[in-house]
Design a protein around this ligand. Structure first.
Ligand code: IPM
Ligand code: MN
Length: 351
């Protein structure tokens, strides 16, 4: 198969970790006889520096023309504490989500036995936790009307949702639940928010169409607690944009290392695959960042293109690197550790 992948390394450690995922993809291509072509696009702070725009049109076109996008991270400390900055790297990410219609963000949380001791939770709570957070990504407060009034002293963001937006993400939630353990938890704040009442109403309408799936409803505050007190309860959790942002950061800690968590954003056009850890500017250029989350994102990319065996080969190699303790500092438990590129080479060789 011919595969065209748009590489958008972005900022911070993005370029280093994306390069390791490329090695894994190339190894898979060689093993399974695929031909991969890479294109390149700027996004985030590096795009602002060059074009004055965090998601330039050229990059959008590059994404559209590809079968999938392999994305690193955006963000640069020089923008972080300046509330008056007119352009921000994060705008590139939001523009990419909106323009590519990436309405569904999939963040799977799984645990690796040999790393259970790294979790801040008790091992018996974590061992066996395996769930999928499905976050709505192009609606809600992130994109609803926002502004200032009263000479800037009053501010608002609108948590706007349309029926079609809720239906399509819930449908995806049901489809994933069917492929997993047939349990969907709809997370909302329907005791307070009108938008949440719409979510719950639509979920209740749809539930009878999926009699094989158990649907339950949970308030977001309760869900935040349940993630810590009983993460094994969850199979597929589906929620709106802002709640999903917060809960997925919380969920990412369960496994003990953010450096292992991959994500996919899919929707109307080309899908985007990225680690969830962000740009980690303190480590940029030092060849110390953990590349495994990005390599696992490459596995999600391959699986999304229907290349299931290929994805499994990548996952197996990542699991082998963890089992063999051939890992970066964050996972090394004080033992011998390896550089970003060494781990990338090791995983590729394993494939
Ligand atoms: C994420 C990030 C982004 C978000 C930021 C960088 C805009 O936190 O992908 O979760 O809030 O969605
Ligand atoms: Mn976030």
């Amino acid at each position: 198969m011919k595969i065209k992948i748009a590489k958008l390394p972005g900022d911070g450690i993005g370029p280093e970790v994306v390069e390791q995922a490329v090695k894994a993809i190339d190894a898979v291509a060689k093993k399974f006889g695929h031909e991969v072509e890479y294109t390149f696009g700027y996004v985030g702070a590096c795009a602002i520096d060059r074009f004055g725009n965090a998601f330039p049109d050229e990059t959008y076109q590059t994404c559209l023309d590809a079968d999938a996008v392999l994305f690193g991270a955006v963000g640069d400390p020089k923008y972080d504490n300046d509330p008056t900055a007119k352009v921000r790297p994060e705008q590139g990410l939001l523009a990419m989500r909106k323009q590519l219609g990436l309405f569904a963000n999939l963040r799977p949380v799984e645990t690796f036995k040999s790393l259970i001791n790294k979790s801040p939770l008790k091992p018996e709570l974590v061992d066996g936790a395996d769930f999928l957070c499905l976050r709505e990504l192009t609606g809600g407060m992130y994109f609803g009307a926002k502004g200032r009034e009263d000479n800037g002293d009053t501010a608002y963001d609108t948590n706007l949702y349309h029926r079609y937006e809720v239906e399509r993400i819930l449908r995806l939630g049901y489809e994933y639940a069917r492929k997993r353990r047939s349990h969907l938890t709809v997370v909302d704040k329907a005791n307070v928010l009108e938008s949440s009442r719409l979510w719950r109403q639509i979920a209740q309408e749809m539930a009878p169409q999926y009699p094989d799936v158990t649907t339950d409803y949970m308030y977001v505050d309760n869900a935040a607690m349940k993630l810590i007190t009983g993460p094994k309860f969850f199979d597929v959790m589906v929620t709106e944009n802002t709640f999903g942002d917060i809960l997925t950061d919380e969920a990412s800690c369960i496994s003990g290392s953010m450096g292992l968590l991959a994500s996919a954003s899919v929707g109307e056009k080309t899908g985007v695959f990225e680690p969830i850890h962000g740009s980690y500017p303190q480590a940029a250029g030092k060849n110390i960042a953990n590349p495994l989350a990005t390599i696992l994102s490459a596995a999600m990319l391959l699986e999304h293109l229907g290349l299931l065996e290929e994805g499994a080969a990548v996952r197996k190699a990542v699991a082998a690197s963890i089992d063999a303790c051939y890992v970066t500092e964050d996972l090394a438990n004080g033992g011998e550790c390896h550089s970003t590129s060494e781990v990338g080479d090791w995983v590729a060789a394993q494939i």
